[in-house]
Design a protein around this ligand. Structure first.
Ligand SMILES: [Mg+2]
Length: 313
């Protein structure tokens, strides 16, 4: 039975694969291509070390399992931020600027729903990178509603929630057993449908512009030079989708993501989540899975979910 285990392990392995290369330029990656799980590099961490992407995602998953709300999730994020909760070696080594600024606000008493940045500089991928678990909740509409609310702890720019909705709907479509191109179309159709039922298309001219590339019917055929791999939320979503659509197995998908350079851990993690879901846990190389640091943090949560169930109830 396909379920969150496929996507979660795909995500964590992709994250760990990208950690040593974060901030490398694309030309550096062309000179020294990533071919395997390695350590050290950018953060001087041993092989298999996953980053803040996985830490925050595990907090979201725990909160979903515990049927928590925005307040309990903010508490888990603070536990991570201050006490190194859900970190692979008991120490936080990577955090995004927008996330850090927002959690500082929560610490001084700002309401979690008002803590996130909402300006253009706050449209980073910090909430997209933790959105995966929301795709697995049985009541998907309620789950997306909760996700949009909980995004506000760190990210209140509307681009962030729209990209999360795209990713979560694409993931959900893969979970339902659809073809990957079909699933990708579902992500975009979900946003367009929402815009049509609320207003006319004309009222969403700005949003159409943001998603122009992802709505392009020839998106997957775009050359690599058209795909940016920065931490800007739309670029991250474009890069992860493009790597997933242009490969036919887990390993090639995540290595392609790392080879783009830039925000390698987040892009490889999001690509890996989709590829893990689509090709299955067994398609994730065993030698990579075996190197993952503190696997008990992942498995302890998975143990709380019925392994034979498709959805989290
Ligand atoms: Mg990271």
């Amino acid at each position: 039975m396909k379920n969150i285990k496929d996507a979660l392990w795909g995500f964590v392995v992709g994250d760990a694969l990208g950690v040593p290369y974060e901030f490398s330029t694309r030309s550096m990656m062309k000179e020294n291509p990533a071919v395997d799980m390695v350590g050290y590099g950018t953060y001087n961490q041993p092989p298999g070390t996953w980053s803040d992407d996985t830490s925050m995602l595990l907090c979201v998953l725990e909160n979903i399992i515990n049927k928590g709300d925005i307040h309990s999730l903010a508490d888990l994020f603070l536990k991570w931020y201050r006490d190194d909760y859900m970190t692979p070696h008991g120490e936080l080594f990577d955090i995004g600027i927008t996330t850090s600024a927002a959690l500082q606000k929560v610490l001084i008493g700002v309401k979690p729903s008002l803590a996130g940045g909402d300006d253009e500089n706050s449209a980073g991928n910090g909430s997209l990178m933790r959105s995966l678990p929301y795709a697995f909740v049985e009541d998907i509409n309620k789950s997306v509603f909760n996700m949009n609310r909980e995004n506000r702890i760190t990210h209140r720019n509307s681009k962030c929630s729209l990209c999360c909705m795209f990713y979560v709907k694409m993931m959900r479509s893969l979970l339902e057993g659809n073809d990957k191109f079909e699933a990708f179309k579902t992500g975009g159709a979900y946003l367009r449908f929402g815009w049509r039922i609320t207003d006319s298309d004309d009222d969403h001219e700005e949003e159409w512009q943001w998603f122009k590339k992802l709505f392009n019917p020839d998106f997957s055929s775009l050359p690599e030079s058209e795909i940016k791999s920065t931490g800007y939320v739309l670029s991250t979503l474009e890069a992860a989708s493009w790597c997933f659509l242009n490969t036919d197995n887990y390993k090639d998908a995540v290595l392609k993501a790392v080879s783009l350079g830039g925000d390698t851990d987040t892009i490889a993690a999001l690509t890996g989540g989709l590829a893990g879901m689509y090709y299955g846990y067994e398609n994730i190389p065993l030698e990579w899975r075996q190197q993952i640091a503190s696997p008990h943090l992942i498995n302890n949560l998975l143990d709380k979910i019925n392994p034979d169930a498709k959805y989290i109830h």
